[in-house]
Design a protein around this ligand. Structure first.
Ligand code: MG
Length: 175
């Protein structure tokens, strides 16, 4: 059981991760909508509120926060032209051979097992909702952001899938 200071610190880090996503144009509600679309056909009566709560639980994880800070920092450095060649140019053109954006995102999906990975592949391929908007945003470098958002949505959906299978939609102390 974490001490009070550690738990407060955890909440502060989640709020920071949420703020970093928001400054790149991504709200938790937009991610929750992706989760709802992924899970509504498997979990009757699933609400946007429950999906948002699942997204918040995913964002409580330290490795998820760290992936978000790292990926967004690299997108923003590339956007400002502050990364040396060849990295800056690869990130600015979202080079398909770069691949580290997907690898970083796996550190998020790995937390929730193979369902998370399957969901991530689906979102990465179909690019629904906010993911499509991020991808089509020519004014920003979002090479890491699209994968981070897909991974958080995939993990939150996997968490709901596991909870539904266990007959406990939103456990008080989820894994
Ligand atoms: Mg990408």
């Amino acid at each position: 059981m974490a001490g009070l200071e550690e738990r407060l610190n955890g909440i502060g880090m989640r709020a920071l991760a949420e703020a970093w996503l928001a400054r790149r144009g991504v709200t938790l509600d937009a991610i929750a909508e992706l989760v709802l679309d992924l899970q509504r056909k498997y979990v009757p009566g699933l609400t946007l509120e429950a999906c948002r709560a699942s997204v918040e639980h995913v964002l409580d994880k330290r490795e998820v926060q760290n992936a978000i800070f790292t990926g967004i920092a690299l997108d923003e450095l590339a956007e400002r032209g502050q990364l040396d060649p060849p990295l800056g140019a690869m990130l600015r053109r979202d080079d398909s051979l770069y691949g580290i954006d997907e690898v970083l995102a796996l550190s998020i999906t790995n937390v929730y097992g193979s369902i998370g990975l399957t969901n991530f592949g689906y979102l990465d391929k179909t690019k629904p909702g906010v993911i499509g908007r991020i991808n089509g945003d020519a004014g920003h470098v979002n090479t890491f952001l699209d994968d981070l958002v897909s991974a958080v949505a995939a993990a939150a959906a996997a968490r709901i899938a596991h909870a539904a299978r266990d007959g406990d939609l939103l456990p008080a102390d989820p894994a």
